[in-house]
Design a protein around this ligand. Structure first.
Ligand code: ZN
Length: 138
């Protein structure tokens, strides 16, 4: 069985952002030479997510509005976590949107549904953060 590990790095321009990382993940699968197996993709930070959904701008704006209703960024003083930090809302948003995804690899390709795309979700950006990609298979 082959295994493969790589980190993808991101630095967003805004505090919150969604980045479609499907092409980067597929490129790593191709590089690994794995034809049949599993692909794990996880955020390595507790204020960012990896999730699968539609690559559609309106939906991403809906995520923003929905997450701001559930865990509004401001006022910062509403959260106990915000002593030395101001990112309690980002921890909560990450908790809802998830840490990782696992996708099957079939014939050397991500075996996704017709509209499924893999996203990096950033909730406390403007600094360097990373995603782990781990592949197993043959
Ligand atoms: Zn924090």
């Amino acid at each position: 069985m082959k295994h493969y590990r790589k980190e993808l790095w991101f630095q967003t321009q805004r505090r919150r952002e969604y980045i479609n990382i499907t092409p980067e993940v597929q490129a790593l699968i191709t590089e690994s030479g794995i034809q049949e197996g599993l692909c794990l993709v996880n955020a390595m930070h507790i204020t960012a997510s990896v999730f699968i959904n539609d690559d559609e701008r309106g939906l991403h704006q809906d995520f923003e509005v929905w997450l701001e209703k559930l865990a509004p960024e401001k006022p910062h003083s509403q959260y106990r976590h915000n002593g030395y930090e101001d990112n309690a809302d980002a921890h909560l948003k990450r908790q809802i949107m998830g840490r990782e995804v696992v996708v099957a690899i079939t014939a050397g390709q991500l075996d996704l549904g017709p509209w499924e795309q893999i996203f990096y979700g950033e909730y406390d950006g403007m600094r360097r953060k990373r995603v782990l990609v781990k592949l197993f298979g043959e």
